[in-house]
Design a protein. Sequence first.
Length: 49
Amino acid sequence: MGIKGSIDIITNYPLSFESAFFIFMTIVYLISGSYIAFIRKWDNVRHIS
């Protein structure tokens, strides 16, 4: 699989490269955002106790 395989999947998919990239960045943003919120929540819990 590798980079060329995933690029082939993106180009064969009925999406343009820009929209596929936008979807990918949105997923990364959501995951990292929830991850940061989770870490901050745990920091607050540790500081209270």
